[in-house]
Design a protein around this ligand. Sequence first.
Ligand SMILES: *Cc1c(COP(=O)(O)O)cnc(C)c1O
Length: 394
Amino acid sequence: MSRDLIAGLEQQLRELDAQALRRKLRVTDSPCDAQIRVDGRDMLAFCSNDYLGLAAHPHIVEALREGALRYGAGSGASHLISGHSRAHAVLEERLAEFVSPQIDNARALYFCTGYMANLAMLGALGGTDAELFSESLNHASLIDGARLSRAKVQVYPHGDVAQLAALLQASKAETKLVVTDSVFSMDGNLAPLNELTALCEQHGAWLIVDDAHGFGVLGEHGRGVLEHLQLKSPNIVYMGTLGKAAGVAGAFVAAHASVIEWLVQRARPYIYTTASSPAVAHALLTAIDIVAGDEGNARRAKLRMLIEQFCKETVLRNWQLLPSATAIQPVVIGGNDEALRAAAALYDAGYWVPAIRPPTVPAGTARLRVTLSAAHRKEDVSHLSAAILSLENA
Ligand SMILES: *Cc1c(COP(=O)(O)O)cnc(C)c1O
């Protein structure tokens, strides 16, 4: 009988192959950087979310070592039992201080991953009495969080503030949550957060902002999208990830101290999991210092320059470069097969760029997702543009 179960899965896997939807793991043998050794080959990588090029920064690596020597390797328990080390506590204070210009009475709570932070926010603030309004291009972790929250979920069309206003107007729910990515992870554009904030204040709704691709990158000091737009509201609950621009791992939620205290009491992905290694939290202190300081400023300036250069040099005729001012530069190709062939041809030429297919993006919009990093050189970006242009015209 168990053979039939496995045969069933194997049949489904063959169907994925037939639709060019089968995904494949590649093994890397070097730190995450612009140049990366993958499956035994040196490649120029345009696929990580290491936007500031900090993932292999020697000072952060050294801090990780120091953290392990001071605190050991594992935390040993969940935060509310005995796993909440001094390193976690100091990191949370540092993060709260960092975002405090954008959040009054700020407190921050550190999570093992952004995925868990999203489940935590929606689960703790939602519930069966709540209605949750979710942007249609939201990240999978917000979609899963919405399901787990047990709230009634309404999906509003991408960027459609008027439609959202009508839904909020019609809602009789006691608790309302509007949930959105700040920078859309597969498109690179920004949510209309000024309008969303005004709407949420008008309707007494929470605004949950997932700034996975903004924290560290956007805003003069890298405080993220709220600093970039000069936004501040007691309705905002902010989530930033620390495995992307900050170069390490984990995430944090920042909001009014009472919101955070509620999460400590109620957020199951915080309560029922072993706290991350204290060494990781310790390394993040150095990462935040770099993000917040002159080096962070210089890296953000370099990244902005590379983004402008890529947009200027990548003038497409058949494919479409989506209008994005962020490090996420999607080249929409359309069909799954064609996108996979383009990614494979780039790979053969030494450029590692992922092809993103459904269900991550809508059917018919398979794309190359180019991500730029301050670790790239000008000529790396020029060479990639030229390679994409030659493929498009091949
Ligand atoms: C990457 C990402 C997450 C998940 O964060 P992890 O720390 O990688 O778990 C959540 N939301 C968005 C928009 C992301 O891009």
